[in-house]
Design a protein around this ligand. Structure first.
Ligand code: NAI
Length: 446
């Protein structure tokens, strides 16, 4: 699953030429395969707090080869930098510089993960400075890593242990091949809800999941990935995509629901179908989306309204029905697909940017409404993903968009699907109202 350029510069003459000309040299990313090891080598846990000891103990419990001090010249699968006790920016030097001496020993596709505290919960300006400093440090480090290695961070509110269920859930996600195209990002854990992740390869077993826009592209990948992880799938798409929809639904042994999600009764149709055919509804993935690009100076009302209707108004209306339903009360999950265009903006996409920024605002606000019954809602914001949509971009623009990120390649639909599957799992129960970018740390914009 690598593009032609990546294949060309990965071996022999192509590799030498790319190196001499200073061209981007992407590597094939380590993606999740059932049965594959969580990491590719020993895991170094840096930091001398009690929270660091607890993390090391938890990792031993997962059967990992854990180090508290690096051995000379040993190739490391991951470095975990536990910075939960820093009180002042000066406290960063020792653990960070110690970790720095091990960076040259990272194996290809290795992981660096920081565990620290949210700056918003700091009690002094110095502590807030130290905590927020980790943000800049981590994002800079992610830009320095090579050979498919990534750096991501976990943020914990003050009263949460480094080994709270969703802290370990996020750690497992970041270490694994599931997060291959997530780089330079943070996940915040705000509660002790959720379950400590086990080694199970079926984290969604027994759950019924609805995926909108499932007939092709990212939606089809989400349906396949959630099914692989144990969920029963309801695949939703417009009637015009009926044949492709039926093929995806058959492949994942789920059911198809032909439905335009912008219809007023869409929420009720989704709930009724899931409950009548499968007896319950646990997960809704709002993936369906459209683009109708034009510069704002040339934008007509039809283009504007249709994008708002499908990409955000439909999600708001379906969520209203879900929140009111007695069938959506057993620690349910909503995951929405936003876009980096809704964060950094994109020329020609004022309508799309408004709709995807809207998804982010909706997710943050709805989190409080889901909380009383143990529900969560989060968004993923994909960057450049290799789909039919991006294949149609003009060559030069496509090549620039594909390479201008820390991993120097586009993401695969599976990468978005893996993040969604994690956020839909019990292990992510303490994470809500978050936006996780799946963009390889895009270098353009925010
Ligand atoms: P796609 O165009 O290949 O697939 C979208 C699917 O949604 C199609 O099957 C379509 O029939 C369905 N759909 C559209 N309107 C619908 C409606 N009213 N009711 C039900 N289904 C409807 O798009 P792709 O690339 O797979 O994108 C999926 C999501 O990811 C979208 O929300 C998109 O905005 C988002 N995204 C994609 C990126 C990319 O690089 N491909 C980047 C960032 C976000």
């Amino acid at each position: 699953m690598t593009d032609k350029y990546t294949q060309l510069v990965s071996h022999g003459l192509g590799k030498d030429v790319a190196k001499r000309l200073g061209l981007p040299q992407p590597v094939a990313l380590r993606r999740y395969q059932p049965g594959a090891p969580l990491v590719t080598g020993p895991v170094l846990v840096n930091g001398d707090s009690a929270g660091a000891d607890d993390v090391a103990t938890a990792l031993l419990g997962w059967g990992l080869d854990v180090r508290r001090n690096a051995l000379p010249k040993e190739k490391l699968g991951a470095i975990i930098l536990v910075l939960d006790a820093v009180q002042h920016p000066r406290d960063l030097a020792k653990p960070v510089l110690t970790a720095g001496t091990s960076l040259r020993d990272l194996a290809a596709n290795a992981r660096v993960v920081t565990i620290s505290r949210t700056s918003g919960s700091a009690r002094t300006p110095a502590s807030a400075a130290a905590r927020q400093g980790i943000d800049g440090l981590l994002r800079s480090l992610a830009k320095e890593l090579r050979a498919g290695a990534t750096a991501n961070g976990i943020l914990l509110d003050d009263d949460l242990a480094t080994t709270s269920p969703s802290s370990l859930g996020a750690l497992r996600f970041f270490l694994s091949g599931r997060s291959a195209y997530v780089d330079g990002q943070f996940l915040t854990v705000r509660s002790t809800s959720g379950m400590v992740p086990t080694d199970s390869e079926k984290p969604l077993a027994g759950k019924v999941a609805v995926v909108t826009g499932a007939a092709r592209g990212i939606g089809a990948a989400i349906a396949r990935t959630l099914h692989r992880d144990g969920a029963t799938i309801v695949a939703v798409d417009i009637p015009a995509a009926g044949d492709h929809l039926a093929a995806v639904a058959n492949e994942v042994r789920g059911t198809a629901l032909q439905l335009d999600i912008s219809r007023d009764d869409a929420g009720h149709r989704i709930i009724d179908h899931a409950v009548e055919r499968h007896g319950r509804l646990d997960i809704v993935v709002h993936n369906a989306g459209i683009t109708r690009d034009r510069l704002l100076a040339n934008m007509d009302e039809g283009r504007w309204q249709s994008v708002i209707a499908v990409n955000i108004a439909a999600q708001l209306s379906i969520n209203e029905a879900l929140l009111a339903s007695k069938h959506f009360k057993d620690a349910p999950r909503i995951v929405s697909v936003a876009s980096t265009s809704g964060i950094a903006g994109n020329r020609g996409q004022t309508n799309y940017g408004a709709s995807k920024g809207g998804v982010i605002g909706m997710v943050r606000s709805t989190a409080a409404l889901m909380e009383p019954f143990g529900g969560t809602i989060n968004a993923v914001a994909p960057g450049f993903i290799e789909t039919e949509m991006t294949a149609k971009m003009p060559f030069a623009i496509r090549e620039a968009a594909r390479r201008l990120n820390s991993l120097k390649q586009g993401g695969q639909p599976q990468d978005v699907a893996e993040a969604i599957s994690f956020l839909a799992s019990d292990a992510a129960g303490g994470i809500s109202g978050e936006v996780l970018r799946v963009c390889g740390q895009q270098l353009v914009g925010a």
